[in-house]
Design a protein around this ligand. Sequence first.
Ligand SMILES: Nc1ncnc2c1ncn2[C@@H]1O[C@H](COP(=O)(O)OP(=O)(O)OP(=O)(O)O)[C@@H](O)[C@H]1O
Ligand SMILES: [Mg+2]
Length: 696
Amino acid sequence: MVDRLDPIFSPNSVAVIGASRQKGKVGYAILHNLIVNEYQGTIYPVNPNAESVHSIKAYPSVLEIPGPVDLAVICVPADAAMKAAEECAKKGVKGLVVITAGFREIGGAGEERERTLRELVRTNGMTMVGPNCMGVINTHPDVQLDATFAPTPPLRGNISFMSQSGALGVAILDHARNLNIGFAKFVSLGNKADVSGNDLLMSWENDPDTHIILMYLENFGNPRNFARIARRLSKKKPLIAVKSGRTEAGGRATVSHTGALGGSDIAAEAVFAQTGVIRANSIDELFDYAMSFSKLKPPKGKRIAVVTDAGGPAIMCTDALIQQELELATLKPKTIESMRKWAPPEASLTNPVDLIASAGPEDYRRALDAVLADDNADAAIVIYVPPIVTAEVDVARAIWETAEKYDKPVLCNFMGRSEDSPGFVELVQHGIPSYLYPESAARTLAAMYRYHEYLNRREGAFPEFKVDKKAATRIVETAKQHGRKRLTEAEALELLHAYGFATAKTRFVKDAEEADQAAREIGYPLVLKAVGKDLLHKTEQKAVAIDLRDEKDLRDELAKMEKRLQKAGVSVDGYLVQEYVAGGKETILGMNRDKVFGPLLAFGLGGVYVEYLKDVAFGLAPITDEDARRMIRSIKTYPLLAGVRGEKPSDVAALEDGLLRLSQLVHDFEEIKEIDLNPVIALETGCKVVDARIVL
Ligand SMILES: Nc1ncnc2c1ncn2[C@@H]1O[C@H](COP(=O)(O)OP(=O)(O)OP(=O)(O)O)[C@@H](O)[C@H]1O
Ligand SMILES: [Mg+2]
């Protein structure tokens, strides 16, 4: 056996410990499923109180089974399960699937029990799925193993599916049957005491039966490993995940903008985007995606043709396509003319091709043939609203027969019909994904196109900048020695300077006298900022005065600021006199160390309103130059940086450079917890950091 998971998926013999004659018991259902699904190996029921179960000879203990046992499915209560596992170890059983609950999920004694079980498994070189799971399935015809207590077995197919929730997993298998979605393997992960999601990913990466991987996740065991494996794997096969826990309850204590904008779910989202994992936002979407990804190859472009017999749904579909950043194909005149020959005069033949309500199977056949033959279309969505006199099966056949001739994805929407209507069934059984609503088809096609883009995108490189790490270390160490959790503004700017950031010229001063001196060195116009430990957000405290033109301006502002802050009872350590950076666009570059994933970088259009605009892109460090490019271009307001209304574009390359330097900085200094560079003013040439907050 090459793979540690072989005894789980391809055992030659299975013992069911806790096999029961009593209907309704788990031990009944598991044995029943193994038998009715025609498991190809030998089954041994284990039950001390029965001579036989389901007409098969039973054994009082696994130790008394005469032949070798590859896999034991344990479904007796927790205490008995521990004893059974020990006996399995003694017997030389290679794999365990522990259905039994009462382990880590109940806390206290359960946690201890789980530790003991894991120890036992590991010291004896066994492989275990669970505990507290619903079992495993392998539909391969040589194996036909259904070791679950799920009521309906899945169809054979090319999807492998792991679920952290057993119940949800079973419900999904059940519903998938209606959609003609088949599975290669299924694993209910349970408490993941031994076999983890990452283990399964590695096993399925090279499994020829598995073409697509579906995951229902609640958390990541080892997120960094996940990211590493996923990046590699999704180049080979699509990895579709539903991760729950999107909305995060409870506030997290954080002082930075980046912290306030981030959060574990955003980190998960960033990991998915960076590693090509296709995220489904709901179970519904998971099915939608599974259906198309398992049946079709992704489109090679984003120009979509729509063929319909009704205007309304075509408009809905078009809107959804545009919203998902796909395009409506511009059909060639030749294509349109060819349809003109047979189409009714009322038909509208530019995309969307509206064949009107009288359209029958032949109209669909010819229209779909025409648009798929057109080089300007990369994929098609066919909408059919069955009129009163219907020939929906004939229409469905016309669609799949035509689609078969081309190497372009065709998705269908039979409006107002159900998943068991004859036309729908005809389509899904012939490899055409079909949806009840046009938006679902559009969204799915968009997900497929994004996957195509992922497969074809440049990997990028991790650049290494020459930086003054010594100087940076000195600054961090000084703060640590003084027991300070936050670098002063001046230190932060200095640290950034050491890492090659362009920073606004800044001097720390104690009073008006020193301010004048600094002003002469830097030159007007200037900015004045008060600093002190209470001055976290200077704008709110009116501790920033910008665009000061001369000495009088500076002295007046300083005096006013001093008075104001004194009155407010805010202690002031001194002032920053800073070069005024005129013009440009304010951006934010930041980092917040996520508890689960590690350093999460952020980029957005910044300034004092960043929390309200929430137009920020995230990436998990370390990022490649391609990641940086993508992050910056993915924000909604990117056009403002590219230049609108006759404005010159900002220096986007300088911002990319900044993000990459930030990535290197947070990699070099594990002790940096949060960084907030807000704003970094993007200019036509270069960019400048004018405000920096660094928390250790
Ligand atoms: N050197 C400068 N040149 C030009 N504008 C500046 C400069 N320094 C600050 N500003 C302007 O003043 C705003 C507030 O300044 P700064 O970011 O230093 O204060 P802040 O209140 O600490 O900000 P926040 O807490 O929101 O990060 C900036 O967003 C920018 O618009
Ligand atoms: Mg600021």
